[in-house]
Structures are given as structure tokens and as C-alpha cells.
Ligand binder design. Structure first.
Ligand code: BTN
Length: 243
């Protein structure tokens, strides 16, 4: 484990991407920053964080003889690891919102951005970026966001939280490397936000429909049991879970 601590950087993911050459970089090289000037979120969004309050970090993990089809398993491994770390800090009402947001009740504590290093159709490594709201107390214009501190009233030591996340990442990546795929997928599915509950979704052309989340496919599509009594699958660009 090798941790690089920075004060400010554009994005820890971009910094780590420039640093790694997958063939040589050691596993669990970590970059942590107090703040990011161009933090990146999923689907081209921005990720904002209050300087010094939260964990904004990226971890490099080499994927041995990786297949492209492993990508969603890596995403599940990361979500499970952060979930388990937050559980160790007794954060209540945790769940994983597909594909890999970590929620407490219906507020978001952590977002994940994984960028893969792929060469000639093989997955060589992953840059696992996460933004975990730890001690931030106010979120302007982000009604769905919250932090560990807001949820429990306690202040947390960011180094301890990072260390627990790294411990869990090592544990779950070991399972992944030992091919415990079914176990990883079923544990992930058991922790999904709104699983087996009637929910409302919005399609790309702003149409709402109701359905029940039943799980995920191995490639990361969400399985929804719709009112026409069939299970349909959707990717992240196709639908948004409203409530
Ligand atoms: C999301 O949209 O929910 C994903 C947010 C991911 C943010 C983290 S913060 C550390 C790392 N560096 C980035 O630029 N983004 C990720």
C-alpha cells in the first residue's frame, strides 16, 4: 500500500491515471486530496466537495488476466467494500443504489467513478475513485446529499475511514480473484436500494413508469419487473430511479 496525500488537485482519478502504467504500478496505490478543482462524477457530471471535510480518493488495482466482462464485478466489489466500511462505523440504514452509490436512508453519502485501463481487449487495471462525504455539514443545492456526520452527529477521522475502506477493498478483491462471483453478486443484490419494492422510474424521454427492482445482470444492467409482467433490463443511460 502506498498513499500519496495532496492538498489540491484537479481530480485524483486524473492524477492517478497519469501516474499509472498498469504493468508496473503496485496494487493499492492511493491518491487522496483535501480538495479537487475539477472533481469528476458519473456520466460527465461534476463532483464537488468542501475542502478538508471529506474523502476524495482514488485507488489503483491491477486486474490479473482481466476480461472486459469483469467490469461490473469490479463495480460491485467497490460498492460492497464501501458499504461494509460504513457499516463498521455504524452508519444507519445503508444501501447500495444501482450501480454504486452508497446511501443512508434515501440520501447519498458516497459516489464512485471507476475508470478502467484496457489494452488490446484485456482489462489491465482499474482506477477506483470515490467521494465520501464524511464531515461536511451543509450541501447547497444538493437535497439528496448527506454525510456520515450529518447522519449520526459524530465527527470522523478521515484516515481511519480510508483505512477501513482499503481493508475491505483488499478483502473483496481477494474474493474476486478467487472467482467468488456468485457470492459477490448475491451479496450486492441483497443490499440494493428499493429492491423488491414498487418504484417509479423515468425514461430518457421523460416518461415515468413503475416497476420492481429484482436484481442486476452480470454486465450491470438493472432488472426491473414491469407492470406488463415481464422483467426488462436497463442500462444507466436509459433510466433514472425517482423513488
Ligand atoms: C458520482 O457521480 O457519484 C461519482 C463521484 C466520484 C467522485 C470521486 S472523488 C475522487 C475521484 N476523483 C474524481 O475526479 N472523481 C472521483
Amino acid at each position: 500500500m502506498y498513499i500519496i496525500k495532496l492538498n489540491a488537485i484537479d481530480s485524483t482519478n486524473s492524477y492517478l491515471k497519469d501516474l499509472v502504467s498498469a504493468a508496473t504500478q503496485k496494487d493499492y496505490t492511493v491518491v487522496v486530496a483535501e480538495t479537487q478543482t475539477k472533481g469528476r462524477g458519473q456520466m460527465g457530471s461534476q463532483w464537488q466537495t468542501e475542502c478538508g471535510k471529506n474523502l476524495t480518493a482514488s485507488v489503483f488495482k491491477r486486474i490479473l488476466s482481466g476480461k472486459i466482462s469483469d467490469q461490473f464485478y469490479i463495480s460491485m466489489v467497490v460498492a460492497l467494500s464501501i458499504y461494509k466500511a460504513l457499516r463498521a462505523f455504524e452508519i444507519p440504514k445503508l444501501s447500495i443504489k444501482w450501480p454504486n452509490d452508497i446511501l443512508s436512508a434515501n440520501t447519498k453519502l458516497c459516489g464512485v467513478l471507476i475508470e478502467n485501463v484496457i489494452k488490446s481487449n484485456h482489462l489491465q487495471g482499474s482506477i477506483i475513485g470515490f467521494g465520501l462525504n464524511v464531515n461536511q455539514k451543509t450541501f447547497t443545492n444538493l437535497p439528496q446529499a448527506s454525510s456520515m456526520q450529518l447522519v449520526t452527529g459524530n465527527t470522523y477521522n478521515k484516515d481511519e475511514v480510508l483505512s477501513e475502506i482499503l481493508t475491505q477493498l483488499e478483502r473483496y478483491f481477494n474474493l474476486f480473484e478467487l472467482n467468488y462471483f456468485d457470492e459477490i453478486k448475491s451479496e450486492y443484490e441483497s443490499l440494493l436500494f428499493r429492491k423488491d419494492k414498487p418504484s417509479t422510474f423515468q425514461t430518457l424521454n421523460n416518461q415515468n413508469f413503475t416497476g420492481i427492482i429484482k436484481g442486476v445482470t452480470e454486465t450491470g444492467l438493472l432488472k426491473v419487473w414491469t407492470e406488463d409482467d415481464i422483467i426488462k433490463t436497463f442500462d444507466l443511460k436509459e433510466i433514472k430511479l425517482l423513488y
